[in-house]
Structure formats: C-alpha cells, structure tokens
Design a protein around this ligand. Structure first.
Ligand SMILES: Nc1ncnc2c1ncn2[C@@H]1O[C@H](COP(=O)(O)OP(=O)(O)OP(=O)(O)O)[C@@H](O)[C@H]1O
Ligand SMILES: [Mg+2]
Length: 259
C-alpha cells in the first residue's frame, strides 16, 4: 500500500501565498489522479473559502464538522471530512472557533501531537496519497501541532523586500523542532513574482546563500486570475485553464509527484 504523505504550508509572514498554494496544488494533484485531503488549519478559513461559498461554510460550522471539533474532542478527522465538487479532493474545513485553539491546547497532555493523533487513522489507511495542511501566520503551539502532523513542509515566500524579513527566524524555528518531529523542509516556493520588479532575483540569491535550504524550480507569478478565482470559490485552473499561475501550479504538482 502506498504511504500517505502529509505536507503543511507554513511561514509566519502573512500573505505569502500559503492558502493559495495549498488550495491550487491540491487541485492539481487531484487532477493528476492523486487522492488528496485538504485540512484548513487557519481560523481565517481561506482554504475552506477557496472551495465553498460563505453559506456552505456557515452550514459546516453549525454542523460542527470542522477541524476545531476534531482537535478539541480528540477525535479522528474522519467524521469531519467533506467532499469538494472535484473528484479525489476532500477537505476538513476550518471554523472561526480555531481562534481559541491555543488556549484549548494549553491544558492538553502531549499537546504537540494532538493533530497528529487526530489524522493518524486516516493517514495509516492510505486512502489518500496526500494530506495538505494550511497553517496560519503564527508560530504557536497550534503551528507546532501542524508541523508535528506533517512529513514535509512547503514554505511559500513572497518575492518582495519584506518577504525575506524574518525568514532566518522561520528556519531557526523549524530547526528547533528537530527534537520532537522528523518533519523536513521539502522546499521554499517563491510566490507573487512580478517581472516588472527586481525582487525575484534578489529573493533567489538570498535563499541560495543558505547551504541546506531546498528551493523549488517552479515559481508562482503574480496573476490577477488568482483573486478572481478565490472570489468565485474555485481553483484558478477552473476559473481560467490557461492562465499563467494555473500552468505553474500544475508544474509544481509534477515536482511534488516526482518526489
Ligand atoms: N500569485 C499570486 N498572484 C496574485 N495574487 C496572489 C497570488 N498569491 C496569492 N495572492 C493573493 O494574495 C493574498 C494572500 O494570499 P494567501 O491568502 O494565499 O496568503 P497566506 O500566506 O495564506 O496568508 P495568511 O498568512 O493570511 O494565511 C490573497 O488575497 C491572494 O488572493
Ligand atoms: Mg492563509
């Protein structure tokens, strides 16, 4: 049986493209015939809203089918999985209640591994090829849970002067977790590349100055179709198949599948 690979998207810098990459990479992996489970680990619910309209999101929150209930009740995520409109692509949605998660985790035993345990039976069953977990732009106990539940980390970094700010801190944070988890940095993904500005080269140079930081060959350019697609709760490739970022997300999915 093939092993399920859990990949999370983290960077404590807000707006670096975590949710966008998670949503669209998930779609492309499912288009390539892989079975994918998305987990929205952010109270902003951007990943959930990438696939469902607000009415449906409220409905899911009311029926308590979100990651918050699974974690706080220490239950398997299995009963919290919903289908997206696309074949082979499922999701555990988020809820605004996730804003209380740090407080809830505080009193739990082995609090770094609560999420890991919640996903363990679904992961062990091998029914998904990939579990993709979107993280919020924070570095607290909840993000530690997300990292401990993941085999690999993808770190989207925006090609902008502030995109690099705090990056060394982020790498140190990942390093500090080596004692409690085997998760590894799969790669830094440069996002929001704008040809009219010079920041792409600068960003790649800074990243390559680190010895042991893998950087994806694929980059994601600035593409206004992304916002239009998000506004309609569809992946960018569904909104406009040939748009630049859709082609790039497909290329990224091939990099991931190659392993
Ligand atoms: N390649 C892109 N081109 C144009 N807009 C983009 C691109 N990637 C992301 N965006 C836009 O930038 C904003 C931030 O992206 P996103 O929500 O994916 O970042 P994030 O890292 O998940 O943010 P947060 O830290 O708040 O969770 C969104 O409005 C999104 O539509
Ligand atoms: Mg996000």
């Amino acid at each position: 049986m093939k092993k399920t690979i859990a990949i999370c998207f983290t960077n404590n810098k807000g707006g670096s493209g975590k949710s966008t990459v998670c949503a669209n990479l998930g779609y492309e992996l499912s288009k390539a015939g892989r079975r994918v489970l998305l987990i929205d680990g952010d109270m902003q619910m951007n990943l959930t809203l990438s696939y469902f309209d607000e009415e449906r999101v409220l409905e899911m929150a009311e029926s308590k089918r979100t990651i918050y209930e699974a974690v706080t009740e220490k239950k398997s995520i299995r009963d919290h999985i919903v289908h997206t409109p696309y074949d082979g692509l499922d999701m555990v949605p988020s809820s605004t209640l996730l804003s209380q998660i740090e407080f809830q985790l505080f009193t739990m035993m082995q609090r770094e591994y609560v999420l890991k345990k919640c996903i363990s039976d679904v992961k062990a069953s091998g029914e998904y090829d990939y579990i993709l977990i979107d993280a919020p732009p924070t570095l607290g106990n909840w993000v530690v849970n997300i990292l401990c539940a993941s085999d690999q980390v993808i770190m989207p970094v925006e090609a902008s002067p502030w995109g690099l700010f705090g990056l060394a801190n982020m790498f140190d944070f990942l390093d500090s977790l080596k004692e409690i988890t085997d998760t590894r940095l799969r790669g830094v993904l440069i996002t929001k590349v704008d040809e009219r500005k010079n920041y792409y080269r600068q960003t790649r140079e800074v990243l390559e100055s680190y010895d042991d930081i893998p950087v994806f060959d694929t980059v994601i350019h600035v593409d206004s179709s992304i916002e239009w697609a998000e506004d309609s709760s569809v992946p960018v490739a569904v909104y406009k198949k040939s748009t630049r970022s859709a082609v790039e997300f497909q290329k990224l999915s091939k990099e991931i599948i190659r392993g």
